[in-house]
Design a protein around this ligand. Structure first.
Ligand code: BES
Ligand code: ZN
Ligand code: ZN
Length: 488
């Protein structure tokens, strides 16, 4: 959860603020922000004195505290003024929230740091404040040391942009929570309940298939992965109809593998606990849909989540098994640990067969190989539509959520052809593993539907701490990018 989930705005002056902590900024050229200068005068130049003594340099994230009769004054370093873009504002918001939490204050007033006159960057400021105040404490009892920050007000900001930023960040925090919960909490059933909660909030149509319906629908790949576990699998769809009836919907598909043991092709036990994060793709979908429920864009959007555990047991599917997916294609299973592409095969064919889509995106912690290629810094993308990929990259640049594209050339696509079935769930042993995942999925996207696959196995958790990012655990990455791509 995040300590801050709503951001207030006020047109009142700073001296009327009852907040315990008041924050202003300083750039790296040691120039104070406008409110910083006012407070400096009010404090008889004590801030500029610290600047002159080089105790305050304006480096991003560096801060010092001062005091007047009513407030603690925090001067936050903002980095170089010429680099002060929306990502820098987001970072400042994150640093302010983290500092406020560590100071254990209960209320916070923040100078609006936007440089443009419409204060559009207030969205980034709000995102930073909410995201920086995120902690995952759901399973700790009796934590007396926990902060109690509840209240934040921006001084002279843009109310709409602040509220939009907070809503988007709340979606990201939902995704972080779902990712961080262990597999005995974030079960397919729990994901279905979350979908129902989000759907009710946004007037969406939520449909949930259980194990029997999954089989009856002909989702043979999802059914096979689910066979090895007693935990009930779910196939979840959320339909949001905010657009015109004849407007083509956009589909978002997320891998909801709530625990991936590898199945019969079992994984090594070291770090196997991290496979609770294997549902982070579904968390992207739920995070976006929660923001959609509140922002109510004039769009039609379908969220799809195939969800199950991948375990081993008497009924588990086995290497060599041949499965039939929803679109009728047959799949030779060569490794039960390449299960994400199996459950997505059914989800992608289901949504592209039953709907005439503008485009479809899928999000999946699909391959360890993407970590080898890009580490934790970026999401691997690939797809069938150059124009859509270009738009994804533009949204990536605007939101600071990094993506890097891989080719889906014919040579790679040939590598997933099987000798005994239509396709196999492995490419060439040890080579181009991330592309093999994408090449397999491509077989299940109906021909003419523009599609981009996001391999978030590196970016969904474990990234180096950012000012607005978590210390550890799920990041909720890609939600901000998708909201931007949707043009919300
Ligand atoms: N969930 C894993 C991918 C993964 C691995 C994510 C490590 C994050 C960290 C996926 O289901 C998987 O096991 N993929 C296999 C595919 C292989 C068998 C072709 C992998 O990457 O090893
Ligand atoms: Zn796996
Ligand atoms: Zn997996």
């Amino acid at each position: 959860m995040s300590y801050l989930s709503q951001i207030q705005n006020t047109e009142q002056g700073w001296s009327e603020s009852k907040a315990q902590l008041l924050t202003v900024g300083i750039f790296q050229n040691q120039e104070l922000t406008p409110l910083g200068q006012t407070i400096d005068e009010h404090l008889a130049g004590v801030i500029s004195k610290a600047v002159r003594l080089d105790d305050l340099t304006g480096k991003q994230g560096e801060s010092r505290t001062f005091y007047d009769d009513e407030h603690i004054v925090l001067v936050m370093g903002l980095g170089r003024k010429e680099d002060f873009d929306s990502e820098a504002i987001r970072k400042a918001g994150g640093s302010i929230a983290k500092t406020a939490l560590s100071m254990k204050v209960t209320s916070l007033a923040v100078e609006c740091l936007c440089t443009c006159s419409e204060k559009l960057d207030c969205q980034a400021l709000a995102e930073g404040l909410v995201l920086g105040s995120y902690r995952f404490n759901s399973h700790r009892t009796g934590d007396e040391d926990s902060p109690d920050l509840e209240d934040v007000t921006v001084l002279g900001g843009n109310e709409n942009c602040l509220s939009k930023g907070a809503i988007i960040a709340n979606g990201v925090c939902l995704a972080r929570d779902l990712g961080n919960h262990p597999a005995n909490v974030a079960t397919p059933t729990r994901l279905a309940e979350e979908a129902q909660r989000v759907g009710a909030k946004g007037g969406m149509n939520v449909t949930i298939f259980d194990r029997q319906e999954i089989v009856e629908q002909g989702m043979g790949a999802l059914a096979a992965v689910a066979q090895g576990s007693d935990e009930p699998p779910k196939f979840i769809t959320l339909e949001y109809k905010g657009g015109h009836e004849d407007q083509k919907p956009i589909a978002l598909v997320g891998k909801g593998l709530t625990f991936d043991s590898g199945g019969i092709s079992i994984k090594p036990s070291g770090k196997m606990d991290e496979m609770k994060f294997d549902m982070c793709g579904s968390a992207v979908v739920l995070g976006v849909m929660q923001a959609v429920a509140e922002l109510k864009p004039a769009l039609n959007i379908i969220g799809v989540i195939p969800s199950t555990e991948n375990l081993l047991g008497a009924k588990a599917f086995k290497p060599g098994d041949i499965l039939k997916a929803y679109n009728g294609k047959t799949i030779e299973v060569l490794n039960t640990d390449a299960e994400g592409r199996l459950i997505l095969a059914d989800a992608l064919s289901y949504v592209t067969k039953n709907h005439d889509l503008e485009y479809v995106l899928d999000f999946a912690t699909l391959t360890g190989a993407v970590l080898v290629a890009l580490g934790h810094h970026a999401t691997g993308i690939m797809g069938t539509d150059e124009e859509l990929i270009r738009k994804v990259k533009a949204s990536s640049a605007r939101t600071g959520e990094k993506v890097w594209d891989f080719p889906l050339w014919e040579e790679y696509c040939d590598e997933v052809k099987s000798k005994v079935a239509d396709v196999k769930n492995l490419g060439n042993e040890r080579n181009a593993g991330t592309i093999a995942g994408g090449a397999f999925l491509k077989e299940f996207v109906k021909n003419d539907t523009p599609w981009v696959h996001f391999d978030i196995a590196g970016s969904a958790w474990g990234e180096k701490e950012k000012p607005y990012g978590p210390k550890a655990g799920a990041t909720g990455n890609m939600i901000r990018l998708v909201i931007d791509l949707l043009g919300i």
